[in-house]
Design a binder for this molecule. Structure first.
Ligand SMILES: [Fe+2]
Length: 295
């Protein structure tokens, strides 16, 4: 039945109703659900704020620029999602954890494939001469507390100047990354430098959005991990430094209390110095990862 002229596109609600009608017959049920909700929310948002044409065009330009900033080493759309808190909402919806399992947090835009496999105690920061040496140790366990031998830990972090390797001029250079395996008792040892807080890249549209809204670009000091093992669900997470001033205001909303650790400072030639072959000062931090079984 053709719609009469009177009822077609007269008001903004007519447009919304007609757009929803056109998506009604989407064959894939999930795609239909997503498109209908997207149209409802997007139209609702535009009507709520009574968007002007100029603001609409600025939004188009903002998204265009966000796309233009993206390449193999810079992912401005992930930064946008992270700083709008969308990444953390998606993370929470998708990774409900049973009590005791290590909580997940954002993947972030700085992971790279090709990190070197390292023996226990391998140093992911061999060219960071200014950072304070730090040893991260712990165990990977299942929910029953059983250690998991051969679990895989993909580890990456910013260097002591707060930059990731991909932010340096040489794109081939991998640094501050390593792949580790747990030993027969589920234990791992990673040598690195103490992480520092860093500003997310803010020379693009996301930085402009943060400045215009009186927000800072800082992330509290952290080390990234993806921990995986056969028969278990991998966990993408960070460990955070409990002394960091930005824990309560992480610009990407990624801090969870259970992921905050204490970095212990060593100023003497103590047992840890002998065990890890380090001269003081250095730090140690211990964190156990608990994986839930694969669904
Ligand atoms: Fe990071």
């Amino acid at each position: 039945m053709p719609t009469t002229i009177d009822s077609r596109s007269t008001t903004e609600d007519d447009i919304t109703a007609e757009v929803l009608r056109r998506f009604e017959t989407t064959p894939d049920a999930r795609l239909r659900e997503i498109m209908l909700a997207l149209v409802r929310h997007l139209h609702g948002f535009v009507k709520d704020v009574q968007l002007t044409e100029r603001e609409w065009f600025e939004a188009i330009q903002f998204l265009t620029e966000t796309g233009r900033m993206c390449d193999e080493r810079r992912q401005e759309f992930i930064l946008l999602s992270d700083t709008l808190g969308v990444s953390m909402v998606v993370d929470l919806i998708n990774h409900r954890k049973p009590k005791g399992a290590t909580e997940s947090t954002v993947f972030g835009p700085f992971h790279r494939d090709g990190a070197p496999e390292m023996a226990p105690g391998g140093n992911i920061a061999p060219r960071d001469w200014d950072g304070t040496p730090t040893v991260i140790t712990g165990c990977v366990r299942d929910l029953n507390g059983n250690p998991i031998a051969g679990a895989r830990l993909d580890v990456w972090q910013a260097d002591s100047t707060g930059l990731y390797d991909s932010q340096y001029p040489d794109p081939e250079e991998l640094h501050m990354r390593g792949l580790f395996r747990t030993d027969g008792e589920g234990r791992y040892v990673v040598r690195t430098v103490r992480p520092v807080h860093y500003a997310i890249p803010n020379d693009g549209p996301v930085g402009r959005m943060l400045r215009a809204t009186n927000r800072h670009p800082w992330r509290p000091a952290h080390v990234h991990f993806v921990v995986s093992a056969d028969a278990c669900e991998p966990v993408t997470t960070h460990i955070f430094d409990d002394e960091d001033p930005y824990l309560a205001s992480d610009t990407v909303f990624a801090v969870k209390d259970s992921l905050i650790c204490h970095f212990v400072r060593h100023d003497e030639r103590d047992e840890a110095a002998r065990r890890f072959g380090l001269d003081p000062p250095f730090y140690t931090v211990d964190f156990d990862f608990v994986l839930k079984p694969r669904a």
